[in-house]
Design a protein around this ligand. Sequence first.
Ligand SMILES: Nc1nc2c(ncn2[C@@H]2O[C@H](COP(=O)(O)OP(=O)(O)OP(=O)(O)O)[C@@H](O)[C@H]2O)c(=O)[nH]1
Length: 392
Amino acid sequence: MDSSAANQATPISLLTGFLGSGKTTVLNYLLQQPDLARTAVIINEFGAIGLDHELVEATTENMVLLQSGCLCCTIRGDLVETLHDLMERKDQAGFLAFDRVFIETTGLADPAPILHTLITDKVLKHAFYLDGVITTIDAASGSQTLDAQEEAVKQAAVADRLVLTKTDLVDAQTIQTLETRLRDLNPSAPILRAHNGALDTASILNAGFDNLANKSVDVQNWLNAEAYQDLKQQHHEKGGHNHDHHCHGHDHHHDDHEHDHDHDPNRHDDRITAVSYSLDEPISAAKFESWLEKLVLACGPDLLRLKAIVHVEGVPKPFVIHGVQHIFHPPMPLMDWPENDRQSRIVVIGRDISNDFLKESFGILDLASSLATADGQHQEPAQIKHQRGIVT
Ligand SMILES: Nc1nc2c(ncn2[C@@H]2O[C@H](COP(=O)(O)OP(=O)(O)OP(=O)(O)O)[C@@H](O)[C@H]2O)c(=O)[nH]1
């Protein structure tokens, strides 16, 4: 979406989180806040009733209930239809007045296909933009849920904001342990706390990237690549690694993916890789495209999210790239670089993607800049910084 379209489009916040983690409680609080008075809400619940178009019903003026299945699988089409419908009715006098949409998923939803839908629909992408994924995590049962439920891990991994709920039910140590785990899983998403739903509204809005076009400084918050470096530092300070991933018994390729905390061999977290990469030299557009294509081809649906700000060779302005699985927004130019920092930064969140593969893959970009000298002279390889969310 170009910047002018983004300015006119309506932001969508995707509120997800495992069953009973407090999504509705948070939503109810948010809807009472003046900033969110003009919010349309789409709630998806597993209903006992069958799939039927009649099931899309307005429960309040601005609330639509999608009750026939899970948004991420059976009724994605219904979501598109509902948003189309909202869009049309928005302009009808005396009807829905909204300038933001919240979508609450079921607790078992895989957010990636929903993000897909929001990004790919030709009509929707002109009328709406994704303002961010907000994931609620129950502080009391969060650890067990992450152990047992792969979808909960995915929900946390792709979040732009992580919201800890029910912190009143547990001690400080439990919260700290869970926060550490969430940081490993998703280093860039700020972790907020909601007390019976109450949280700082401003901190969960404008969490996405589409609205960044004229606010270059915000792109740093969106990308938050520094968080990966901070985490790496913390791991080093704590003294490194207690065990080797070979021991975990997973049939995947994280053979050098280590943690420095105790955990259960079946934890789904271990399948998640969160990596940031930075490159000082501009990247040739062709090489970047080729790199992205190879990554997407190799990772398929396991590429949960990719966010990047890229310094393309010969182009003074930075480009923002945002993708989910194999779907990518068209690269969006920003007005300017954040704080004159012209470094390209890429954040990859994936599942079952080996660190070796990523290192090799990032190597393509390094090669790109070493080959791309205007005068044909050999150029020293650009400085590569592999920064993994979890230290190797
Ligand atoms: N003690 C405490 N209870 C909370 C808090 N937040 C939510 N709850 C309770 O947790 C229960 C589940 O909250 P919901 O908001 O319904 O959770 P949900 O994620 O929408 O649940 P599903 O839609 O079933 O997936 C409710 O009984 C809430 O009152 C909190 O901060 N503290």
